[in-house]
Design a protein around this ligand. Sequence first.
Ligand SMILES: [Zn+2]
Length: 243
Amino acid sequence: MGIQKTSLLLIDIEKLSKEFIHMKTEAQVLPNKLSELKSVLDIEVKDLDGLKQTLSQHQEGCGKLNQDITNLGTRKTESEERLTQITNQKEYQAAVKEVEAIKFQLEQREEQVKLEEERMSSLEKTVTEQDVIVTGHQKTFDEQQAQVNKLLKGIDSRIGDTQGRIDNLLGELPDSLKKVISKLETNKIFPFTADAQQNHVCGACHMSYPPQLIIDSVKTGDFQQCPNCFRILVPGTWAFETA
Ligand SMILES: [Zn+2]
């Protein structure tokens, strides 16, 4: 196989490898964004649950107060009935005092209930508002999750296609290069750029090439590896002219 065709193959492989890596990164980043959204949502749900719990504690407290009021009401009625049956002046005065004490307690409880009801109504309003917001955020999250899953499915299929295309191109390479590439990670191919030819610098790691490498490359017109990053240096236009 001519060096020109092999160079083009390597350049294609590099291009596909870059796409491959880009897609792999995208496939990792997408779920990360989603999990950030999820943790924000989790905090909102937790806050809302806390509010609901506070509200139910107030409701419970209010229920107890109302029970007290009912009991006090019964006691008041009983005491007032007893009052009508008492003939003894001293007992009568004591019973009146008892009725007054019950009335005072009743007023206190009613005042407390009123305050509790005001607090609860403000809490209920907050809970309702937060509920709407959190439900909206949950909906947005669900939609984004569905979208991300769809995107990921597409990316997975594109990753598979690209891997297949890379494998096919790799299969066309001369055995000597196949061996070198199989030892390298993906994307360790780098075209021998104009910059590298003129300034003798690796286009990937920017290391200056030893003069011997350039001499060998010019002499043989063959593929070299960067001594530093081990990328394959593909002869560029210069190689085509001299090949
Ligand atoms: Zn290099």
